[in-house]
Ligand binder design. Structure first.
Ligand SMILES: [Zn+2]
Length: 186
């Protein structure tokens, strides 16, 4: 959270851009963007700022029915994002259905719900297709009937799509699936 800059204060006339309370006290950057320009920010009152991190604030968030039509994309995106968190409540579901926003704004709002599927090795380092890795423990390859000793180098791995815990690689000329937690980048 950052203080409200004079530029932002001017834009919002010192009122909360979500609920219109007359005491905007925080400049909230809508992730994944940051506070480097006011186009990324929403001026919030204390109540809205606190409610962001709480659940069951449906009563307070009725104000989003207005703020989602604010002319600033950052305010639209944050309003849409909060509404989406309450999409199981009828009022929010109805509102979400009736809103028409730019696709870029909706994508911005929804980016908060996308899960990053990153393959990581035993040390937490990110793995990429084509990396070489080293086995950090003995691998008993079922079905192929051999053991790959600790320290075996597996070249040019392939990430298993949709499963960040698995990679594929060749050991003893056979392509096998290996758990990412048992390898480290070579
Ligand atoms: Zn507010």
């Amino acid at each position: 959270m950052s203080p409200v800059t004079p530029l932002l204060s001017h834009r919002c006339a010192n009122t909360c851009e979500l609920c219109s309370a007359e005491n905007a006290s925080a400049a909230f950057a809508v992730s994944p963007k940051n506070n480097d320009q006011i186009e990324n920010e929403v001026a919030l009152c204390d109540t809205c700022f606190r409610a962001l991190n709480e659940t069951e604030k449906g009563d307070h968030w009725q104000c989003l029915a207005g703020s989602v039509y604010n002319e600033n994309p950052s305010v639209q995106a944050l309003s849409y994002r909060i509404l989406h968190q309450y999409k199981n409540e009828e009022w929010a579901a109805e509102l979400l259905q009736s809103i028409e926003l730019d696709e870029a704004v909706v994508n911005w709002a929804m980016s908060a719900f996308e899960q990053q599927e990153v393959h990581r090795d035993a040390n937490g380092n990110e793995l990429q297709n084509g990396d070489n890795v080293v086995l950090t423990q003995v691998l008993n390859v079922k079905g192929a009937n051999f053991m790959a000793p600790k320290g075996t180098i597996v070249k040019r791995i392939k990430l298993v799509p949709d499963n960040p815990e698995q990679i594929e690689g060749k050991v003893n000329e056979q392509t096998i699936v290996i758990l990412t937690k048992y390898v480290r980048k070579g």
